[in-house]
Design a binder for this molecule. Structure first.
Ligand SMILES: Cc1cc2nc3c(=O)[nH]c(=O)nc-3n(C[C@H](O)[C@H](O)[C@H](O)COP(=O)(O)O)c2cc1C
Length: 171
């Protein structure tokens, strides 16, 4: 898949087959997140691969969005250290930006591997941290199930047109 096909093919999937993604695919995906750019190359993000059925079940419960989601065979939980990121010249903290870049790299790589993901931002952070033993100074900022789609979705259509979001020279 070339780059443009990957970005048009990535969709949010909430229903998955029972097949567990191959380890080499998962490693390639994580490696793409690893090489993403971050503020001053601070590399503040880490990833927890959750595959043990009891942990997968506990994470689903902490996400708590049933019945919208059906079970996926595994999760990648993304965490970020605010301290390891930085603050820009306007006092804007950059850990959220760093995390967004890294996690989107990860989701696009998964798409390129033919896998299905869904960025989940709504979950009980305290429960996730306790289930997975995540240190206090990390924030859980994104979780994705990882699996194979039951039914691939088509290309993205529901977006604002370019004329609405692009301004030339002045707003
Ligand atoms: C930061 C972020 C958080 C999200 N959180 C959730 C979530 O908690 N639950 C959910 O079902 N989808 C979640 N989504 C998925 C969005 O709803 C989805 O990306 C959007 O509707 C566009 O659809 P698409 O991803 O298929 O193109 C999230 C997406 C992003 C980028």
């Amino acid at each position: 898949m070339d780059f443009y096909e990957v970005v048009k093919t990535r969709r949010s999937y909430r229903v998955f087959t029972e097949d567990v993604p191959e380890e080499e695919k998962v490693e390639r995906i994580l490696n793409v997140a690893r090489i993403a750019p971050t503020w001053a190359n601070g590399q503040p993000c880490s990833y927890i691969v959750v595959k043990k059925p009891e942990n997968v079940k506990a994470v689903w419960e902490a996400v708590g969005q049933a019945p919208k989601f059906a079970q996926a065979p595994m999760f990648i939980v993304g965490i970020v250290s605010e301290e390891a990121s930085g603050t820009n010249s306007n006092g804007q903290k950059y850990y959220g930006v760093d995390f967004g870049i890294c996690f989107e790299h990860l989701l696009l790589a998964a798409t390129a591997e033919g896998l299905a993901t869904c960025w989940i931002g709504w979950f009980n952070e305290g429960k996730i941290k306790s289930i997975l033993g995540i240190p206090e100074d990390y924030k859980v900022m994104g979780i994705t199930p990882l699996g194979y789609p039951v039914k691939p979705k088509g290309e993205i259509t529901e977006r604002k047109p370019l004329e609405e979001i692009v301004h030339y020279e002045k707003f």
